[in-house]
Design a protein around this ligand. Structure first.
Ligand SMILES: *Cc1c(COP(=O)(O)O)cnc(C)c1O
Length: 384
């Protein structure tokens, strides 16, 4: 026991994936025109209970087009959490808009809705029907909340604020498919939501994403923009600049089979989280994650906080110790407001995000993990 490399994540692929990929190869339909793409879109829309799903080559591509179809303009400002993977900040820059980082709350590490409210109330003013940042004079047009690490953010409060301040909400649910918020599936869109099927997500197509919404015009425009915005199917006439962002049939074939496994994957990730929590919660200096009353997390990536003073070493030293035993672990992402690539960037708070970044460590979390794998990780953390 205990031998071999234990990765942070690993997809679980079965007969369904093999059968679908074989069908794909046998028919010769590899491109985005293949039937699995529409099937994947339909099944995902059904799962979430929404009207439209448009398959994309990546979650980042979905975010980019979501901001475009939501009407975010060059020079606008978009609020996002200070702690997240970089993709949503990059997508904001792709459309020529500016991110405004809002700190996260310390309990569940999600965007702090009180600070969102304080920013909108205290830092912005109305100019006619538009909301403007007092300091920059720029129009504030959208919220881009992220459901971080599988745990939902407090989306109802954000949607209320957005309605009051006339903002559009583009939700990044890339990490949180299969989670729910007050009994509703995370990713079921208000305005627009985005998903990712990157190799490390709870279900995967190797690479891929999805834009979901309940608005026919937005869905149609997103699909058009993802396929070079061809306005005439025969003459190759284009009225606007498009992108090559469509998911291909091979990826969708895998996605259809993976989607059937989603509920089982969530159950497995939740079981792994419970096992880690019960083995680590009493350890001085280690803080284990917990769910909000209204949340049902998909427990995508199990992450702890390591207080170096009380535990005896830092999160990064613990990572090295795990690596010496062939166990992969990883700190969270550098907060957006500290990222060199995003400078200069506005930030409202950010101390909580920075403190989490200094102490957080993500541990192996994947459906194929055995109890012995979990025990192996726990033993290194408990006994050194
Ligand atoms: C993975 C991820 C994305 C982007 O997904 P890709 O498919 O890798 O482009 C966006 N946002 C968050 C929070 C993510 O974790």
């Amino acid at each position: 026991m205990g031998d071999g490399f234990l990765p942070l994540t690993k997809p679980l692929l079965g007969d369904g994936e093999w059968e679908n990929v074989r069908a794909c190869l046998e028919t010769g339909w590899l491109s985005s025109a293949g039937a699995f793409v529409e099937q994947f879109e339909r099944q995902l829309a059904e799962y979430l209970g929404c009207d439209y799903a448009v398959a994309m080559a990546s979650g980042t591509a979905a975010l980019h087009l979501a901001l475009l179809v939501a009407g975010v303009q060059p020079g606008d400002e978009v609020l996002l959490p200070a702690l997240t993977f970089i993709a949503p900040a990059n997508a904001i820059r792709y459309v020529g808009a500016w991110p405004v980082c809002i700190d996260v709350e310390p309990e569940h590490w999600q965007i702090d809705v009180q600070q969102v409210q304080q920013f909108l109330e205290g830092e912005c003013r109305w100019a006619g029907s538009e909301l403007r940042n007092r300091r920059t004079g720029r129009r504030v047009s959208a919220l881009l909340p992220v459901h971080l690490l599988g745990h939902p953010c407090d989306i109802d409060v954000l949607r209320e604020l957005a309605a009051f301040y006339r903002l559009v909400v583009v939700e990044d649910a890339a990490e949180s498919l299969g989670a729910s918020y007050r009994g509703r599936k995370v990713g079921r869109p208000g305005d627009v939501a985005c998903l990712s099927f990157n190799g490390n997500k709870i279900i995967t197509t190797g690479g891929g994403g999805m834009l979901v919404c309940n608005n026919a015009a937005r869905a149609q425009r997103a699909k058009s923009l993802s396929t070079q915005a061809k306005s005439d199917p025969h003459e190759y006439i284009h009225q606007e600049i498009g992108y090559n962002y469509r998911l291909n049939n091979l990826q969708a074939a895998i996605g259809c089979a993976q989607l059937e496994q989603l509920d089982a994957a969530v159950a497995a990730h939740r079981r792994i989280t419970t096992a880690y929590n019960s083995s680590l919660a009493d350890l001085p200096g280690i803080r284990t994650p917990h769910e909000a009353d209204w949340a049902h997390s998909n427990c995508w990536l199990y992450s702890i906080l390591v207080d170096a003073g009380r535990y005896g070493c830092s999160a990064r030293e613990l990572r090295d110790r795990l690596a010496n035993r062939q166990i992969q672990s990883r700190p969270l992402w550098q907060p957006i407001h500290q990222s060199p690539a995003q400078q200069p960037v506005q930030t409202y708070g950010g101390e909580v995000a920075a403190a989490i970044y200094a102490q957080a460590l993500s541990l192996p979390t994947f459906r194929g993990m055995r109890d012995a794998d979990i025990e192996r990780v726990v033993r290194v953390i408990r006994d050194g």
